[in-house]
Design a protein around this ligand. Sequence first.
Ligand SMILES: [Zn+2]
Length: 725
Amino acid sequence: MQPGAEQKAAKLLSAVPMKRAEGNEEETMDRREFMTAVAGTVAASQIPGQANLDAATSPTTPLRAQWLERGLIDAGGTHEPYIFVVRRGGQRLDAHDAYERAQSEALIRRLKDQGVEVFHTHLYKGFGMAAEMPEMQETRRVAEIAHRYGLKVDSYIQWNTMMYETFFAEEPRAQNWIQRDIYGQPILLTYGYQQSYRYRPCFANQEYLDYLKKIVRFAVEEVKTDFIHFDNFDLNAEPDSCHCLACVQGFRNFLRSKYSPEQRRERFGFENVDFVNPPQWNRQNPPEKMQIIFDPAIQEWIDFRCQLMADALRQMSLFAKSLNSEVAIEINPHGITGGNRAWENGIDHARLLPWTEVFWTEEDNPPGYHADGRLVSKIRSFKLARAFHNILLAYIADDPVAMAECLAFNQTLGYLGEDPLTPQMLKYLAFYRTHRDLFVGTQDVAPVAVLRSYPSLTYHHARAQLSAILMEQTLIQARIPFALVFDEHLQDLSPYRVLVLPDSECLSDEQLRSIRRFVQNGGGLVAIGQAGLYDQWRRLRVTPGLSGMVDSQKRARDYEESVESIAPQASPAVRKEFGKGRAIYFAGVEYDGPLPAPEPYFAIENRFWKRPKNAPEIVEEIRWAAKGEIPLEVSGPEFLVANLVDLEEPKQRILHLVNYQARRGTRVEAVQVKCSLPSGLRPREVRLYSPDTETSRQLNWKPEGSAISLVVPEVKTYAVVAITG
Ligand SMILES: [Zn+2]
C-alpha cells in the first residue's frame, strides 16, 4: 500500500464512529470507501462469516498427536525472549546471563536426567519476525540440542500480541490488522499501562492470520517443534471489543450465513442486517452491570466473538498439522474460573478444545480448604479438559496438594515449572514415572453428568453459574464421581445414570426431547430452579420445557426492564417417577450464609465456592435418582476429595484420594471405602500407592455384593488405590 493510502485509511477509520452517530447509511458508505482504500487488506472473501460457516461445515476432523497419549511432563527454560525482557524493563543487570542459562545445554541435560520429557522455550513474542529472527534462530539451535537429548520441544508463540513499534516498521499493513475499539483506538492486552505497546491483533483479519501461519511454519519446519503453545488466547471484555471493518462486516456476514431471511425475521423482527452493529455502551449502562442478556444482537455478537476465536484456532491447528500431524496444539484461554467466559472473553471451550490437545489455565484457584468452609480447587477445569480429551496445564510446582489434584483429575502432570525444579516436584515426578501405568489410558468413571449450558450461563450468568458451581461443589465434597457435559453431549446421555440441570434455563426443543428420552428410558434427572423454562434464545416458554417430569416449577419472567437480584431459596425436593426413570426437582441450591455482593460481570469467583446449605439433601436425592447406582462411597471429612477411573488393560478400577487440608498438616485416617466394580473385573489384589510413602502396600478387602469394601489407613496428601483383576 502507498503511504498516501495508509493515511487515508487511518483517517477514514477514525471517522467511522463519528459517522455512526449521524446515520447508518452514511456510515456504510464510509466503510465501503474505507474498504477500497485499504484494498487487499480485507478481501471480501476473507471477511469472516461466510468463510467461517463454510469451514464449519467442512468434514475435516481434528487430528490428535499420538505421543501425548502417554501423558505430558513439560518444563522450561523460559518463554520470554531477551528482546521482551529489555522492552518490558525492570530487569536485573545480569538478565542476559539468565536468558542464556535458560536455554543452555547444561540445563537441558539436567531436565532430561530428572525425567522431564518436553522442553519449553521461547519462540515468538509479537515483535514481528524481523525483530525476533535472531532469537528465533537461537530457538532452532536450542531445539536441536533438546532433540539430541531425546526431549520433545514446546515452543511459545504469542497468539495475541503485536508490539507495534517493531511490527509496524516491518509490516506497514499491520496498522489495519489490530483490534480497534468503537472510537478507533487500538485495543491493548490488559497488563497495565506499562505494557501499552502490546496491541491486540484482530482475528477477523485473514492477513494477520496468514502472518501468524508464517511463524507456525517456522516453528514446525525450522525449529521442528513437537508442541505449539499459543499464549493469551482470549478477547477483552466489553466495552473493549473490536469494531474494525473486518469485525463489523464479519458480524453481518455471520448473521446472513447463520440464519435464513425467515429466521432473521424471527430473531430480529426484520431480515436486512446490513446495518446491524456491534453493541455500544454508555456511562449509565456499563456492560459489567448487565445481569440478563436479552438483546438478540448482543447474544449474536457474543456468539460471533466465540466463533471468531474458534475459527482462527481451527485454521491454525489444521495448518500446523498439515505440516506435521504429530505437532500438538495448546492454547491459554484459562479454564472454568467462575467468570462469564463467552460474554467477557469470547471463550467457548466446547468450540476450542476439539482443536487442541492441551490447554493452560492460570486461574487463581490454588487447591485448599478454608476456615470459612470453602473448598477451592481446579477440579472444574480438569473435568472440562477430560470432557474434550485434553490435558490441562496449571501452576503446580510449589504445592504438593496441587500436584496431587493434578494427578488425580488430569491423570498426568503437565507443566512442572522452570529449572531448577522444586524438590517436591521431583518427588511427584518420580512417583508418576514409576507408576505411570496407573494413569495412562484411564477413563473417568462418572455416573453423574452436570450440564454447563452455553446459553444459560452466557445470558443469565448470575443465576446459572452460581447454581452450577454450587452443584459441582456438592458433588466434589460428597465424593460423588461426576463429569461435566456441554450442550453437544446432550445428544447422547447413555454413558450417565443421572443428569443435573443447574438452572439450565435455556434449552432447545431438541435438547429437551433428548433429556425426556433419557429419563423415559431409565435415566435420573435432577432439575434445579429455572431449568428448561426458556429456549436457546432465552425466550420464555409458554409450557415449561420439563413439564410432565417436573411439575412444581415457579413460573419465570420474560422481559424485565430492571432485573431482580437473586437469592436462591431451598425447598424440599419433589420426586417423581417418569417412564422407567426418576426426576427430582429443587427450587434452588441454597447458598450457605449471606450471598456475597455481585462482582463486575457477575463473576462467581471462589469466594462463592462453598458447599450449599441443602447439600446433604441434594446428595440423598441424587442417590435416589441414580437408583443407588453411584459406584463409590468414601467416609471422611469434607476436605477429602475423590476421583475414580478405569483401565482396560490390565483391568483395573483406580481410586484417587486428595487431602485438601494437607498443607496444615491434617492427616485423614481410616477412610472407609465401598466401591462397586465394573463388569469383568474380579478383584485379585488391592494395592495402595502414595508419594507420601516410599513403598506401595497391599490392602485387605472384602466383597459386598458386586462391590468391595476396604479401609485406607491414612491419607497424608495423596493416595491411589488400585483394584486389579
Ligand atoms: Zn476486528
